[in-house]
Design a protein around this ligand. Structure first.
Ligand code: 1GP
Length: 235
């Protein structure tokens, strides 16, 4: 599974209800992956439930871990956030330390994708939970990008605006500082235009809330992939 090729991801919140029909449309939509995760109300049971339903389809299914007790075997990959813009060390290293004390001897290391996570919407649940404070400007965000790419060498820099559409100039500027790390952008993508703008600024876009508000709108966030230029192969 090559996350480097992912352009679009749907994020499902196990706490929120979704019909079989809606789930089928998401899984067959052409999205590159389904990510399962959320900030609150995540349990082993509701995570197993959504995993088993997504598994009827071929689409890759990954878990973004926010609660140790809700880690479920059987996902393709596990995204492990480390929140960088909080002073509360539990969200940077504390949870990881607890998890590794408990499960360190039987981890499937190849399936873990560490994410350097920066939360830019101070009002969202993740910000309230982790006590993060949003970067002040593009330079501030870019310093985090450098930290993730050059210092910690993590594969993913997750720019989280959860619930609101962010500043794409800041995102683009942060992305231009990256050499190896992939920039995931999530937050407030509700229209095809926003998806296009976010996709131009980021490597991978993540679409969450709109799935539950307006499924048709959510499906428009997948960019139509251009057909390969066949003629070009012969010149
Ligand atoms: C949330 O980044 C994701 O963790 C997606 O954000 O729910 O606002 O689409 P939205």
């Amino acid at each position: 599974m090559v996350i480097k090729e992912w352009k679009h991801v749907f994020k499902l919140d196990p706490e929120r209800a979704i019909s079989d029909e809606a789930l089928e449309r998401l899984c067959l939509s052409g999205t590159d992956a389904i990510m399962v995760g959320g900030s609150t109300g995540i349990t082993y049971d509701n995570t197993v439930d959504i995993l088993s339903r997504v598994r009827r389809y071929e689409v890759p299914c990954v878990q973004e871990i926010s609660a140790i007790e809700a880690v479920v075997p059987g996902f393709d990959l596990y995204f492990i956030p480390a929140v960088l813009n909080t002073d509360d060390a539990r969200w940077m290293t504390g949870m990881h330390h607890t998890a590794l004390r408990r499960y360190g001897s039987f981890m499937e290391w190849d399936k873990l994708i560490p994410e350097g996570y920066v939360i830019l919407n101070d009002e969202c649940t993740a910000a309230q939970l982790t006590g993060s404070s949003a970067p002040a400007d593009a330079k501030d965000l870019t310093a985090y990008a450098l930290m993730v790419d050059r210092l910690y060498r993590m594969p993913v820099f997750y720019v989280e605006y959860s619930g609101v559409f962010g500043n794409m100039e800041w995102v683009a500027q942060a992305k231009s500082a990256l050499q190896h790390t992939r920039l995931f952008y999530g937050g407030g993508i509700r229209t095809a235009e926003q998806a296009k703008a976010a996709a131009a600024a980021a490597d991978t876009i993540v679409v969450g809330n709109i799935i539950y508000e307006n499924l048709e709108q959510a499906l428009t966030t997948i960019q139509t992939k251009p057909f390969p230029n066949v003629a070009a192969q012969f010149v």
